[in-house]
Design a binder for this molecule. Structure first.
Ligand SMILES: Nc1ncnc2c1ncn2[C@@H]1O[C@H](COP(=O)(O)OP(=O)(O)OP(=O)(O)O)[C@@H](O)[C@H]1O
Ligand SMILES: [Mg+2]
Length: 512
């Protein structure tokens, strides 16, 4: 099927031939064939654990295939490392961010590729180029800011900038937009089209299917490590993608049907959080909100609206300077995270790598970690009860893993996200706060998580979750709160329209 050529748009530049990858008896990829065309976008679709990241890591030299071939410009080639692939013009933006948190933006972008003069690193030139990259991405980030001070979406932009700075011919983007706002996505898509017009090929992965369709020229669908479909844009639509991703019997579930008003479970009263950098404004500005037993409240807002800071200050992760948090009528303001968990108030944090998972522990231990208190008598942990909980959690949130003993890093990105959700649900909380819980999980898993939350809510769990996807609010929430600049700008029932929600957030309403 390939036609390798010499620089015309649409010609095949890179191809995978029978590429397979196994980890012991886990067959992550089972012989995949497809072409990447010059100056076009090839998008990979597939459920969590389908093999997308594995395939991209092979194309970019991060890992080697068990069998099969990579063909570059008509010639078989193998990369021993990602820097070797980079020398051939192939770069990758990883799904899990790989920045050094305590280093600044400039140094992260040029790490390992410093611009040198006779006397040493040319920091001024690096800074100038960083500023230009930020301009291209229309992002107001100072090159000298330490990365740990940036919000997750901005860190993702830095990751993108680093890949752009390499001047690749083939740029692989594994979930580049999972933490970006709608306007940041728009800018990225402009950048992608610009790269395309200069002959750069993009390989793109996303669980935002409709969004990805906007830039897709060719689509590859993976399912359980095998390719189930490969077609051009004009032949495909959303239904086609979903059908090939998950098969025919697919049910996205239906929105919740109201709830029985219980007592107030959580009451947030005038919570105030100043900005971290000390610029003098309030990220959360005297915000009050209460949630009842059995109620699911969705907080919608743009990136930077203060949603993360609100949830973190309620759950003991961040200190508020004013206001109080009442849990079932008891004041829990300023309690530690551990104490909040013991009292039944838990948070699924936005940044799973930093706050949600312990990378050195197994899947099972990560799942049971927050509930360990319940199994421990003195120094002894009841291992059988722990094992029971782990098996139960894996089943309930549909984690695709070899078993509880697997390393957390061996799970696909979306499955790691499910572990964080499962871990917090396993503590049997009264109130659960979820910060962008659907980040990186596929549409089937999203529906499962929503179903699980709705079930638990029926049993009395109070739920607050944040999202940047307006459609999500409508698919699960009993009540929708819109946050803007640290305050509540609107409140709606479930029968609101997408446009009304977006308008209240300060977002330009774009017709789809
Ligand atoms: N180092 C590893 N050891 C063992 N199994 C692994 C390893 N890396 C990946 N796998 C397995 O390979 C399969 C494919 O994983 P991959 O990360 O490619 O999925 P993905 O399609 O990118 O999913 P997601 O949408 O969740 O990111 C999964 O079952 C995963 O657990
Ligand atoms: Mg992945």
């Amino acid at each position: 099927m390939s036609e390798f050529g010499t620089g015309h748009k649409g010609e095949v530049v890179l191809a995978a031939r029978n590429v397979a990858k196994s980890y012991g008896n886990v067959h992550a990829l089972k012989g995949v064939n497809f072409d990447i065309h010059r100056g076009q976008v090839t998008t990979l679709f597939g459920e969590n654990g389908a093999g997308k990241s594995t395939l991209m890591k092979i194309l970019s030299g991060v890992i080697q295939p068990t069998s099969g071939e990579i063909i570059l410009d008509g010639q078989p080639i193998s990369f021993a490392s990602s820097s070797q692939a980079r020398d051939h013009g192939i770069s990758i933006i990883h799904q899990e961010l790989s920045l050094a948190p305590n280093m600044n933006v400039r140094d992260n972008i040029f790490m390992g590729r410093e611009i040198m003069t006779a006397t040493g690193v040319d920091f001024a030139e690096e800074e100038r180029q960083t500023r230009l990259l930020m301009q291209d991405l229309e992002e107001d980030i100072d090159p000298l800011t330490p990365v740990e001070e940036l919000r997750l979406g901005q860190q993702q932009i830095v990751e993108i900038a680093r890949a752009l700075s390499v001047n690749s011919r083939i740029l692989i983007m594994d979930e580049p937009t999972s933490a970006l706002s709608a306007s940041e996505v728009e800018v990225l898509f402009k950048v992608i089209r610009d790269l395309n017009s200069r002959g750069v090929s993009i390989v793109y992965i996303s669980h935002h299917l409709e969004e990805a369709l906007q830039i897709t020229n060719h689509a590859v669908v993976l399912r359980d490590g095998a390719m189930t479909a490969y077609a051009e844009r004009k032949e495909i639509d959303l239904e086609w993608i979903v059908r090939h991703m998950v098969g025919d019997n697919f049910d996205l579930g239906s929105p919740p049907t109201g709830y029985d008003k219980g007592a107030v479970a959580l009451s947030i009263e005038g919570i105030t959080v100043p900005d971290a950098a000390g610029a003098g404004y309030l990220v959360v500005d005297g915000l009050s909100l209460s949630v009842r037993e059995g109620e699911i409240v969705c907080i919608y807002g743009l990136m930077g609206a203060g949603r993360t800071e609100l949830l973190e200050s309620v759950a003991g992760r961040l200190r508020s300077t004013a206001g109080r948090v009442m849990l079932k009528g008891r004041d829990v303001t300023g309690q530690s995270i551990a104490q909040c968990i013991r009292d039944g108030l838990v948070l699924v944090p936005e940044d799973r790598q930093r706050d949600g998972l312990v990378q050195t522990m197994t899947v099972g231990r990560n799942l049971s970690l927050a509930s360990l208190g319940a199994f421990t008598r003195g120094l002894f942990t009841s291992f059988s009860r722990e094992a029971g909980l782990v098996t139960e959690s894996i089943r309930k949130v549909h984690i695709k893993t070899d078993g509880g003993g697997a390393a957390i890093g061996s799970l696909s990105g979306g499955n790691q996200q499910k572990v964080v959700i499962g871990k917090m649900l396993a503590t049997e909380p009264d109130v659960i706060l979820l910060d962008e819980p659907s980040r990186g999980i596929d549409i089937g898993a999203k529906a499962e998580v929503f179903k699980l939350l709705a079930e638990r809510a029926k049993q009395g769990l109070a739920v607050i979750y944040t999202t940047s996807e307006v459609g999500e609010c409508l698919s699960i929430a009993h009540r929708i709160i819109v946050m803007r600049r640290g305050r509540i700008s609107a409140e709606f029932g479930p029968d609101v329209t997408k446009e009304q929600i977006m308008a209240a957030s300060g977002e330009a309403v774009v017709a789809h």
